[in-house]
Design a protein around this ligand. Structure first.
Ligand SMILES: [Zn+2]
Ligand SMILES: [Zn+2]
Length: 362
């Protein structure tokens, strides 16, 4: 079977034949149906984020059908439709119990199975899995605690986006920031996740939603998703524009790009009492400095990881919103490509030609 493997940064991803072991204790083997191209994946290629280990099966956003289960797995069975959570959830640690299972203390962040071993290999050499998942592959093995069963009528080739883009965006608004109705919101960066921060802000009944990007295609998409205003940051200063539109700054500013300078802009665009929320994955050791007097004025600066998701509740909720016409999933999908075209899909994303591309495997 084939998988898209990153051998080293700054080189194209290779689609190669690899070996995959059967699932062991507590693991499942999933036959992939769809995998979304997320900017975080490309960050391993362009060096914005340093991969923990190489070579790496790329991808953390995906959906599929359970093909085999390992010993002891009771939560899921072959034939079940699933969406990957990208964070394994034990269900009993402090964070799982407190409603933030994406920060599970039992599993933590990994690029292997929880016991430190690998299921992927080539010629006997181990291959690691992005986020402990790896979805740019025809099949993958993950802990059963990583997969979320969804209803049988789920269109998996679209629903893969729920696992990262949709929940990271919507969840950040409703689970983490808990945006109140009537709030004003600014969204810096209108890629897959940013567009879903906009959708989430619509669900939260925000009054004003200002979308900021330097790409006109993305700003047009932002309007489709519910932005009330758009600012092209290549043409005007976003902080000044937001301050003018909202007469003094926003209640919530979301940074969804992953650069410290943009996070600083987000903080500066809040009104007294407002909150800046960092969603984008920043480069290693990135730091910002903020004006302490600004902070004193009841402002907040918080981080939001993976939409502070409760995947076992939120994924089906988002699917139900889609099925009843309230979540726009179709508008997020610009293109489907076969696994072999993963590098072309990255290229489309870098050129700003797509909201989201999806790799398919059939
Ligand atoms: Zn992602
Ligand atoms: Zn846990």
């Amino acid at each position: 079977m084939k998988a898209a493997i990153l051998i080293e940064p700054h080189k194209p991803v290779l689609v190669e034949e690899v070996d995959l072991q059967d699932p062991k204790d507590g693991e499942v083997l999933v036959d992939l149906v769809g995998a979304g191209i997320c900017h975080s994946d490309y960050h391993y290629v362009d060096g914005h984020i340093k991969p923990r280990k190489l070579p790496l099966v790329m991808g953390h956003e995906g959906s599929g059908i359970v093909e085999k289960i390992g010993p002891g797995v009771k939560s899921i069975k072959p034939g079940d439709k699933i969406i990957f959570s990208m964070d394994a959830m034990c269900g009993f640690c402090r964070n799982c119990t407190n409603g933030i299972p994406t920060l599970c203390e039992t599993y933590g962040r990994t690029v292997t199975m929880p016991d430190g071993t690998n299921r992927f290999s080539k010629n006997g050499d181990p291959i690691y899995q992005s986020n402990g998942v790896g979805t740019y592959t025809e099949k993958t093995v993950v802990p059963a605690d990583t997969v979320v069963k969804v209803s049988d009528d789920t269109p998996l080739e679209k629903a893969c986006l729920i696992g990262c883009a949709v929940i990271t965006g919507v969840g950040t608004v409703v689970n983490r920031a808990k945006v109140e109705k009537g709030s004003s919101v600014a969204v810096f960066g209108c890629g897959g996740v940013g567009l879903n921060v906009i959708q989430g802000s619509v669900f939260a009944s925000s009054s004003t939603i200002v979308a900021i990007d330097n790409n006109e295609f993305k700003l047009k998409k932002a309007k489709e998703m519910g932005a009330t205003h758009t600012v092209n940051s290549a043409k005007e200063d976003p902080v000044q524009a937001i301050t003018e539109i909202t007469k003094g700054g926003v209640d919530y500013a979301f940074e969804v790009v992953g650069f410290p300078d943009i996070l600083s802009q987000a903080f500066k665009s809040t009104r007294p009492g407002g909150t800046a929320v960092m969603v984008g994955v920043q480069p290693p050791d990135a730091k910002i400095s903020i004006d302490c007097t600004d902070l004193l004025m009841d402002r907040g600066l918080i981080g939001a990881y993976h939409g502070t998701a409760r995947p076992r509740v939120d994924f089906q909720w988002l699917l139900d919103l889609y099925k009843t016409g309230r979540l726009n999933l179709d508008g997020l999908i610009t293109k489907y490509r076969p696994l072999e075209e993963v590098n072309e899909a990255f290229e489309d994303m870098n050129k700003g030609l797509v909201a989201r591309s999806i790799l398919t495997f059939k």
